[in-house]
Ligand binder design. Structure first.
Ligand code: HEC
Length: 208
């Protein structure tokens, strides 16, 4: 659903810009007759495109997780789009080249800003920072291992050994988690999760 809206948004924004650029060029080069014909020809398409532009844009904004460091870029972008619309309407109506050009500048600028926003956001989103790993490992351990080994690893329930005294390395622990051993049945977690849990056992439980 989100992807569909995003692709539609990109498509209609591109169409919108193409129409806009052509109109502005015609206006700036004094081809007023051509401009009139072109405007008439694309009138319906333009109406559909700009409605879709707004609908998909509003939907995407409601789906954007706010609260990031780059939110202001999003608001500036929105402001630029909103200001450019009346400028364009007045500019083309009165054949005012400065207003029309300014409006096009704002629209393309907001397009560029949107790109910057998404790039910055992608960079800002941390790929498993250290504390996140520790937290995930811990919550996975609590959910899957605590019943027998206890939060501190010392519970030794159901015949489980004391994990604080384990001599195993990471791969051996992972192997036990994923495949089980004797009395310990295998635990239903993914390879990555087993990785996180093993790190947690070695870094936060062993030796405590
Ligand atoms: C149902 C109880 C139970 C659960 C749940 C459980 N274990 Fe165990 N675990 C055991 C038992 C019993 C053994 C001893 C197995 C044996 O005798 O070989 C054991 C052994 C181990 C060992 C070997 C320790 C050593 O030094 O030889 C490790 C490491 C271990 N468990 C880690 C985990 C982790 C991590 C989880 C969670 C992902 C987990 N276990 C979940 C019961 C459990």
């Amino acid at each position: 659903m989100y992807k569909g809206f995003l692709h539609t948004h990109y498509l209609v924004v591109t169409l919108f810009l193409v129409i806009y650029v052509i109109k502005t060029i015609l206006l700036l080069s004094n081809k007023n007759d051509l401009l009139q014909t072109f405007t008439k020809k694309v009138k319906v398409i333009e109406m559909i495109v700009s409605s879709l532009f707004l609908i998909t844009g509003i939907y995407l904004i409601t789906q954007t997780p706010l609260g990031g460091a780059y939110d202001h870029l999003l608001w500036i972008k929105l402001g630029m789009v909103l200001v450019s619309i009346p400028l364009a309407v007045i500019g083309f109506k009165r054949h005012n080249k400065i207003l029309a050009a300014l409006s096009l500048l704002l629209i393309t600028g907001s397009f560029g800003l949107a790109e910057v926003y998404h790039k910055k956001k992608a960079v800002a989103a941390p790929a498993n920072t250290h504390s996140e790993v520790a937290m995930n490992g811990q919550s996975l351990y609590e959910a899957n291992c605590k019943v027998c080994h206890g939060s501190d690893g010392k519970a030794m329930l159901s015949g489980a050994p004391d994990l604080t005294a384990t001599a195993l390395d990471k791969n051996q622990i992972k192997d036990i988690i994923l495949n089980g051993r004797n009395l310990m049945v295998k635990v239903n977690v993914s390879d990555t999760e087993a990785d996180l849990i093993s790190d947690y056992v070695l870094n936060s439980i062993k030796g405590k």
